[in-house]
Structures are given as C-alpha cells and as structure tokens.
Write a protein that binds this ligand. Sequence first.
Ligand code: LFR
Length: 482
Amino acid sequence: TARARVAAVDLGASSGRVMAFDIAPDRMNFTEAHRFPNRPVRLGGTLHWDVLALHRGVLDGLRAVEPRLDAVGVDSWAVDYGLLDATGALLGNPVHYRDARTDGAADAVHARVPAAELYGVTGVQVLPFNTVYQLAAAAGTPQLAAARQLLLVPDLLGHWLTGARVAEVTNASTTGLLDARTRTWSRELMARLDLDPDLFPPLVEAGTVVGDLLPHVLAETGLTGPVPVVAVGSHDTASAVVAVPAEGSRFAYVATGTWSLVGVELAGPVLTGAGRRANFSNELGVDGTVRHLRNVMGLWLLQECLREWGDPALGPLLAAAADEPALAAVVDAGDPAFIPPGDMPARLAAACARTGQPPPTTPAAVVRCVLDSLALAHRRAVREAADLSGRQVDVVHVVGGGARNALLCRLTADACGLPVVAGPVEAAACGNALVQARALGVVSGGLAELRALVRASTGLARYEPGGGTGDWRAAEERLFPG
Ligand code: LFR
C-alpha cells in the first residue's frame, strides 16, 4: 500500500479525541475528527469513569472519519481497568485512579511482597493507584469475586470494537504485575497476592492486529469492512514517546498533559535500589524499549486551580504569570497530597507554608508557582534519569499538551540548562497512528524512522536555555535538602 488512512483514538483524563491520519512513507497529515469530554462521575462515594460515554465518543469519532478507514488504534491513560463477568458483561463502571479507595493499599501489598522485591521484578515506581494496589483495595468485593476477566481501559474499548480480549504490553507494564525483564505477566506475584491469573488476558506487543471491527460497529459508524484494530502503544505515554521527534539517543523527554512523564528511553530496565529510592519507573515501550522515567503531577495542578476559579481564560493568566518574579515559591510536584481532586490553590498554599515560603496570593502568582514547580521537577527528573541510566542528555523534548505552553517550555529549558524542543502537541495520537501505519506496511523501520516522519510532518518550537541555572539549583537544594 502506498498510503493509509487510520484513526487514532486517544483518551485523556479530561477529554478524548479521534484523529484521522493520512500516512504515506515520507509524510503524514492529520486532523481532529471528533473531540469529546471525559467527565468522571462520583457515585455512592466512589469516583468512576463513564466508560460507556467514552465508547460512544469512539463510535461518534469513527463515524466522523468514514467512509474509508484502513485501521483503528486506541490509547488512553494507564492503570485503570474494567472487570467482565462470566457472560462478558461489564461489572460496574471502572473506578478512577484518583479515587480514595487505594489509601493504605500499597502498604497492604508491601506487607505481602516487600516494596524492594516488587520493584526488582516490575521496576514500577510506587504510585498509590497502580493496578496492583487498586486490586488490593478491591479484594473481597463481590465484583472482584464475580470477575472472570480484567481489561485495561484501551483493551476494554478494543474489546467492544472487535470482541478480542488481550492485554497490550506497554499499558500492562503499569499494572505492577508484569516482569519488566521478560515482558510477561508475573504469575509468581499474582500467586503471592492471591490474584487469579486467569483474570489477565494474553499479552500482545504493540503492532499486533487484534481483530476487525464487529458488524454492528461497522453498521453504527457507516464504515465499510474489514477494518482491522491494531494494538498500538496503548498506554498514552508509550505512544507519545514513539512520536518524540528526536534524532539519535541523547535526549530526555517530558510527556506533558495531566501528568508530566520525565525520563529517557533505554533498551532494557534499570532495576537497581537507586532507581527504586529515586522512585523511577521502567515502563515498557514500543519495539522492546523501556521508559526510565518519573511520574510528576503535571498540568493537573493548573487544571484544578482553573476549575476552582471557575475556568477563567488561560491566555491572559499565563501572560500575567510570565511577569511574576521567578521562583518566589515552589512546591514538590511529586507530592501525593496533590493527587485527589479539590481546592488546589489551598493545597498549594499549604505546601508553601509547610516549607517556609510565602504562599502565592493572586491567581497569576499561583500559576507561576505551579509552572516553576513543574519546571523544577522536570530538572530533577531529567538529571536523575541521566545519572541512574548513564545516558548522556543533550536536549529535552517536550511533547503533548504542555508543548503549547510557551512559558512552561521556556522555564523547563532554563531549569534544565538544556535546549527544549517542543512538539508535537498530539504526540500520543501521532505515535498511535504511526504504529498502525507500520503494521499495515505503509511505513517501515524502527523508532528512528518513525521519528523522522514526525519531524518531516509537524512544526516544532525550540527554546534555548537562558541564564539563571544557579537559581534553579539553589531552589532545588532548598526544597529537596540532602
Ligand atoms: C498519562 C498517564 C500516566 C499515568 C497516568 C495515570 O496520561 O497515562 O503515564 O501514570 O496517566 O494512568
């Protein structure tokens, strides 16, 4: 085939989108076919994803790209899952990773499998919402007892499109139940944690065709079959890093959106005590790669402030924040205290007060505090990723939603003392589509060739580091003594 038209479904924590890509061996074009909100719903004290609304959004999006489509791929945020009963019915709405049910669950798991041992197998940083901890929180519930299959969110949506039941490896690696060396489920961990191994479907690597759109999906979307569904890097961060437009290997990335995922790309996991103590993950990537990264709170801090303030226009606020004094107050953007939803400006002020800094008092100052804090966290994580892995880093690629935030990109360049290359904004969708195009045989080669295609097809912005690296070092030493 000389060219392909594929749909990349990319679901984020606040919105989902279906992007239509036209891909030729040397060029790709894309448009947004459909965007829809992803609004969590609190019910009976539990925060849920409205996964049927997401499925409907996917169908609406596929209808918007008709009449012809060569393939479809789905990626989303990680760790969350739906449970199916013996008849294949969904057992309740998937629980949101920000739900409080996981409070204390990590400790309960570590009492059975010590954290160091768990890390030695999975290489996953302790985040309270990792699937393994969510399952501990769900232990003993009738739902889990009735469950016969667990499908992570992109695999669940793929199941509804095709009937297939698989677990794509990149996202499966965020469960905390995968062996990072062998890229297979750890049956030993499952046994020690009393988890039924049959819950977990067979693994597939990204690039595998998992099935064709079901007849009723074709009927509902107006598409003409067969349309294969390709397992892509179904963890959004995996797809985003496929589309990092880097040349060579001496780069770090910041995949920004609700979260900032900051690290380097390696050929294999680093499962050392130093990596564990630094709370670095080894997330499995496309083509056998590993993302050695730290998960930082990301633009969630800003989104939650905006929500609290009644959603004012962002542009003027960012302009005002740019005029605020630098580094007046910074917080630890990795602090789990920021995970739940709710009055973020108050929590930021409390964190400043706790660390003896003047809390920001105006919205502009709060926004500056958030962006300085994110840039500082990017600085720390880029340096530690390089130190832990031995990888030389010459440039930092900022991809995802934050790439259009010029202030964040400039501050990241200043803080890291390295040039920042920003873009593409739709990195996850681009990586998703490129893996599909390769599975269809339209493009060939490894990640280097896919990245060259991204460079040829998208506009990138470059930010050189300004002076003031010493100020960032001092701020880091103040906030993270020792
Ligand atoms: C980013 C992301 C992160 C993951 C978080 C929760 O969208 O996928 O990689 O840690 O969401 O799943």
